[in-house]
Design a protein around this ligand. Structure first.
Ligand SMILES: Cc1ncc(COP(=O)(O)O)c(C=O)c1O
Length: 279
């Protein structure tokens, strides 16, 4: 494994691209912090964890990096998409416009929600086109699940205009494009919610993991409750917490979050290296 300290990093000569190739002392240190307390769970155990809250810190780092008001770490990019759909109220029988050119997880999440994926045309951005979306809207269309493919942005001006015109919500599966921006704003912040994958093959990794971002407090709370069996995480007694909604287990564990935290602190370098390679 190759590792460069920030002092020696030079984007023009950096030969690395994804986070897996920048795995180093920082990741090991964060993991050892977790192992030193033994608290692998992201919630509660306040006394034993000795101030270690890796999932919370990971979320804060991604919120800072992207400029999002809220971030929620979950178990994968796939569960992140499922949690977004559920938080946005997409469910049984709804039509969701999706690109035919994407990774299958996008479509699976729609089907798992009981909704119907409706394919629309893509354009030279390799993402859904505004015209394709307009042509695919039906009376049952609830949302457009946009995928920013291969690290590049879709035509967001056109797509947002089409969504407003047709009165459908925009949700961004940004699994492949962490760090990419459109008119200076991070992808994932244009729709109601956006999600990233941190699997082993992505821009930054935590082994397996995902992060959802949004500026909407109510939506992030819904996703948070949903990702942990409906727990509202109020107070420090898990047994006494309320369950305002039904949920499931999409939680991230502290070890994965620890790796994600170390990786997310290197994001500026990773993105600079990717840009240099592209140039
Ligand atoms: C567009 C897209 N959405 C979702 C996912 C799923 O992410 P994960 O592998 O973290 O579940 C991927 C992974 O490749 C992806 O490319």
């Amino acid at each position: 494994m190759h590792f460069l300290t920030p002092a020696t990093f030079d984007a023009s000569t950096e030969r690395n691209m994804p986070g897996t190739e920048l795995f180093g002392e920082e990741e090991r240190k964060e993991v050892m912090d977790v192992l030193s307390t033994g608290v692998l769970f992201r919630y509660n155990h306040d006394a034993q964890r000795k101030g270690q809250w890796k999932a919370k810190e990971f979320e804060a780092e991604i919120a800072r990096f992207t400029g999002a008001k809220h971030a929620l770490a979950v178990s994968s990019g796939s569960t992140a998409v499922s949690a977004m759909l559920a938080a946005c109220g997409v469910g049984y029988g709804d039509h969701v416009i999706v690109p035919p050119f994407t990774f299958v997880a996008t479509i699976e999440a729609v089907l798992m929600a009981g909704a119907i994926p409706v394919f629309a045309e893509i354009d030279e951005t390799l993402c859904l086109s505004a015209e394709g979306i307009r042509n695919a809207v039906t009376p049952k269309t609830k949302a457009v699940l946009l995928v920013h493919m291969c690290g590049a942005a879709a035509d967001l001006d056109g797509i947002m205009a089409a969504c407003n015109e047709k009165n459908v919500m925009l949700i961004e599966d940004t699994a492949q494009a962490l760090g990419a921006t459109y008119r200076g704003k991070h992808l994932g912040l244009f729709g109601k919610m956006g999600s990233f994958s941190f699997d082993f093959f992505k821009i930054a990794t935590c082994g397996e993991g995902g992060v959802i971002i949004t500026d909407d407090e109510q939506l992030i709370k819904s996703a948070e409750y949903l990702s942990d069996h409906g727990h509202n995480h109020e107070g420090d007694n898990r047994g006494m917490e309320q369950h305002p909604i039904m949920g499931t287990n999409f939680r991230i564990g502290e070890i994965n979050a620890a790796i994600g935290l170390a990786q997310s602190r290197k994001l500026a370098r990773m993105v600079a290296a990717q840009r240099a390679h592209k140039a």
